[in-house]
Design a protein. Structure first.
Length: 765
């Protein structure tokens, strides 16, 4: 698993790097010789530095290789996390292995994990760039942009073996870390309580990561006041101090190019003055050459690890000489890094459940969302999954916990599950941006209000402000003990300008307006699947932008009532560029005979109620994503659609093209938007994606479809069921998964429809 812990604090603490090369192995020996009346105590200090702090692992691995026993450790921010792990019993190599398997982006996100979001909430997941909580008709202030829920869960996983140790002096190596009191600006030395909360407090960069409540104040990153806490390890009793410093001084003005650079520079003002004093009371100062990296350089972790290893190898002779001296002179045993982790219970038994911070929801609702049972035993992964699931219910902006032991006896694994909750305000204002060739640039606005129509309701409105205006108003009421039943009232309005084609040539465009009003009932069969039954009304207004005659260009108004059954399943790991999982949809749509108020030809007007029959449509869509290794993603997609009784209208058939802007739309690479209007089809697509660096990727797509006429053409008219046409196409897509604002460029080609170029930024409405 990936260690979210190392990424988050890294984005927020910047730190330092200088090296005192005047001190070497002779200094270590001389210092120890000067104190031979008593057994000298050895302390280690690890500074903050964000991603650069991963260099600490190489130093710790060299200490392990030398089998040097440490007596005390202090750290700040990234140094606090790495130091706390080492003090808890992890070896330097183990810490590095955990860091290498971390998904840094996932851990840094303060949002619900897409996999854990309940199926009925997935459509709007991450479609907004900014969500602003509204309280008392004002935007609620926040102490940081990120609320790293995933990071805290990773901290609980990593520090689970020491959950019973509430006094950090009782760890394998006594430990302290530094945070800053945001009220007084003074350092707070954390040496007891919950280790996850301690290290989380030490890496809370102001304005970036939210502050942590502590007694009657809030704590933020300790790097603001003491990034290199040497005096603290001296106060613990260290006679000989090894300091690892990653702060290379203030950044030159010309090198500050981002808001984060400026923020980190202001945080380092005090540390720049304090650094020389702290270094002067070290006996050995180690300064890995990581100044070329930033606190957020998690794409360069391999290079940072390598630098730390080289520096560790350089200082290994000092560590070895010191370990031998302590062993030979004072009988201090050599350390055994792989045996330092103390035995611990793999499961805890939850005997009590307490909650702090509730205002709008209830303790019972949280317990139901967690889906745990009192008196039962759980391992840390099961507990973390429960909290990830509950957090994804949408009720909480922050949902953390503490396992409080009910007994100090090693064999007694009973705990009180103490939850610390920060609820989302009842109202949220949401803002997003999107662009593509079809809808052009759009500002996406949303407003959500909970408990407006009942204590279990969510009401929302969503607007897309662009040439293609869209609106959706939704009111949802949940029922059942576990909120697994819901009733929706929905109103939608869409206005598109849809081009019509004659082969590869554009003919003219429809002004296409669609109104839908529906009531539906849904059942959540699992967190990742549901079923809905709709009763509703559809109305479509079609107008053309030309005056000349165009065969089969129908204009006017079409309306009908409908019933629809929809079944969805979604196990994808993320909404954009999924890596693993499946998505499947079954959709059955049946309408009353549509009423056509139209002109059959553009120049002829009239109000004709055509003789028509009911329209029926069945759609299946299935996708599978696999990741054979860290670089490649494979995707297989199949689609089947069949219509009965439809005319040539866009809303009745399957419209092929680049973007899925209608319910009956399918994505086919090689077609332009709405370039093909198909009554019945079967299609398949295969895509492979290569990830270059981070989330920069290139995808290749190949798809083919077999098209047919309406089913009534074969059933009622007795025609032989055979394909009308086979179409093929392919595309190359280059893009970057920029979380809430993904960007991609696609070059598509079909032998029948030539080349098309598409640009997409953000999420579709």
């Amino acid at each position: 698993m990936r260690i979210s812990i190392l990424l988050i604090f890294s984005l927020f603490s910047f730190a330092t790097l200088c090296m005192s090369q005047e001190r070497n192995a002779d200094v270590a020996s001389a210092k120890a010789d000067s104190i031979h009346k008593k057994r000298p105590k050895i302390g280690l200090v690890l500074s903050g530095g964000g991603a650069k702090g991963l260099a600490h692992c190489g130093i710790l691995a060299a200490i392990d290789s030398a089998r040097l026993n440490l007596d005390y450790i202090t750290g700040t921010s990234m140094g606090a996390i790495v130091g706390a792990m080492y003090a808890s019993g992890y070896s330097g190599h183990q810490i590095e292995d955990i860091a290498k398997t971390m998904d840094w982006l996932e851990v840094m996100r303060g949002a619900d994990r897409y996999q854990d979001v309940s199926i009925e909430r997935k459509d709007d997941y991450s479609s907004f760039m900014l969500e602003l909580p509204i309280e008392n008709r004002r935007i609620k202030p926040f102490t940081g942009i990120l609320e790293p829920q995933g990071l805290m869960l990773k901290f609980h996983e990593v520090f689970y073996p020491i959950y019973k140790t509430r006094n950090f002096a009782q760890l394998d190596i006594p430990f302290r870390c530094i945070a800053t009191d945001i009220g007084s600006g003074e350092a707070v030395v954390l040496k007891e309580g919950s280790m996850p909360y301690a290290v989380r407090s030490s890496m809370a960069i102001p304005g970036v990561v939210s502050a942590v409540d502590y007694k009657n104040t809030k704590l933020v990153d300790g790097g603001i006041v003491r990034n290199f806490p040497v005096r603290d390890v001296r106060e613990m009793g260290a006679d000989f101090v090894i300091g690892v410093n990653l702060f290379s001084g203030l950044t030159d003005t010309k090198d500050m190019t981002t808001m984060l650079d400026v923020m980190m520079q202001t945080m380092n003002f005090r540390d720049a003055v304090d650094l020389q004093n702290e270094k002067s009371i070290c006996d050995v100062v180690i300064e890995p050459e990581v100044s070329q990296f930033s606190a957020a350089s998690f794409d360069d972790v391999d290079s940072i690890f390598a630098i730390g290893k080289r520096k560790g190898d350089e200082f290994y002779p000092i560590f070895k000489q010191l370990a031998d001296y302590m062993h030979d002179t004072y009988g201090v045993p050599y350390s055994e890094p792989l045996k330092r982790m103390k035995p611990y219970s793999k499961k805890v038994k939850i005997d009590e459940f307490e909650v702090d911070g509730l205002r709008y929801t209830t303790k019972q609702l949280l317990w139901q969302n967690l889906d745990l049972d009192l008196g039962h035993s759980y391992d840390i992964n099961e507990i973390n999954k429960a909290f990830s699931r509950a957090f994804s219910s949408g009720y909480y902006s922050n949902l953390n916990y503490d396992l409080v032991p009910l007994s100090s006896e090693p064999a007694d694994n009973r705990v009180s599950l103490h939850c610390i909750v920060d609820e989302r305000p009842l109202s949220l204002l949401k803002v997003g941006f999107a662009y593509n060739n079809f809808t052009s640039a759009a500002i996406i606005l949303g407003y959500e209000r909970k408990n407006m129509t009942s204590k279990r309701s969510t009401s929302s409105i969503k607007l897309s402000l662009s040439e293609s205006f869209r609106l959706r108003a939704l009111n949802r009421n949940y029922f059942g003990e576990l909120h697994n039943y819901y009733v929706d009232e929905t109103f939608q309005f869409n206005h598109f300008y849809v081009p019509l084609y004659n082969g590869s040539q554009k003919g003219f465009s429809y002004s296409y307006k669609h109104i839908r009003a529906a009531v539906s009932g849904g059942i959540i069969t699992s967190q990742r699947s549901d079923a809905q039954l709709f009763l509703g009304y559809d109305a479509y207004r079609l107008d053309t932008d030309v005056n000349g005659g165009y065969p089969n260009a129908m204009t006017g108004l079409v309306n009908n009532f409908f019933v629809e059954f929809l079944h969805r399943k979604n196990t994808l790991d993320r909404p954009y560029l999924p890596q693993t999982g499946r998505r499947m949809t079954h959709d059955i749509y049946i309408s009353t005979p549509p009423r056509y108020h139209h002109a059959d030809y553009v120049n002829q007007t009239g109000d004709v109620d055509d003789k028509s029959k009911m329209v029926a449509r069945y759609t299946f869509w299935g996708e599978i994503y696999q990741q054979p290794n860290s670089k490649f993603i494979l995707n297989e997609t199949v689609g089947i659609g069949a219509t009965y009784g439809s005319r040539t209208f866009l809303h009745q058939n399957y419209v092929g093209g680049a973007y899925a802007f209608l319910p009956s739309h399918f994505t086919f690479y090689g077609l332009d938007v709405a370039q093909k209007n198909i009554p019945t089809l079967a299609m398949a697509r295969f895509s492979t994606t290569y990830k270059f660096v981070g989330e920069l990727y290139l995808s290749a797509h190949m798809n083919a479809a077999v098209t047919f006429r309406n089913l009534d053409y074969y059933i009622e008219e007795g025609n032989v069921f055979k394909p009308e046409k086979v179409i093929v196409g392919g595309a190359l897509t280059a893009g970057y998964n920029l979380s809430v604002l993904p960007v991609d460029f696609t070059l598509a080609y079909s032998p029948d429809y030539k080349f098309n170029v598409f640009v997409n930024i953000g999420f579709l409405f």
